[in-house]
Ligand binder design. Sequence first.
Ligand code: G3P
Length: 218
Amino acid sequence: MKFFVDTADINDIRELADAGLVDGVTTNPSLVAKTGRDFMDILADICATTDGPVSAEVTALDADGMIAQGEKLAKIADNIAVKVPLTIDGLKACRYLTDNGTMVNVTLCFSAVQALLAGKAGATYISPFVGRLDDLAVDGMELIADIRDIYDNYDSIKTEILVASIRNPTHVARAAVMGADVCTIPPATLRQLVKHPLTDKGLDAFLEDWKKTGQDIG
Ligand code: G3P
């Protein structure tokens, strides 16, 4: 399973990329707004930091507008994936951009049939938002299981499941068990994945015992 980092903060991306934890990046208008920076500059910086796909979201609501914005964004670098919302116009733009060789991430997916539509429109990625479903007391991960089953039923669907709105390590673990293709993970959660209290405790104990041997590996 690939790890994308869900942020527009270049410092976080660089640090996590150095640790080998970044297979790609996803941004959205809210994440861009948090940085206070120019969108095009951010994307150029991110694309220079990773060879993996970098999702850049359009803001137009009509298909022609999405296509025009998508083509502009795709010119920034070869690894841009244009992000479009799961609407009729978004699906239309998805089909057009995909047919013209641009990667497309269809976002704001909250149901299995929406994911089926994105698959039929040739999306490179479908982004189901699991955390926002959990917020409504609906198990977001059940949606991932349903989409996995649906996509596995049809060889013609090549769309990758990109689990989004991840809030904790359990989301990541369950996504991997279900065979999701990608998780996009906020930086803090990505750093949290490595942590386990028993790892820290075990390491402390090993080092204490090692001291007693009086040895030094060098
Ligand atoms: O990139 C979209 C998605 O990951 C948003 O997450 O936490 O705002 O629901 P969240």
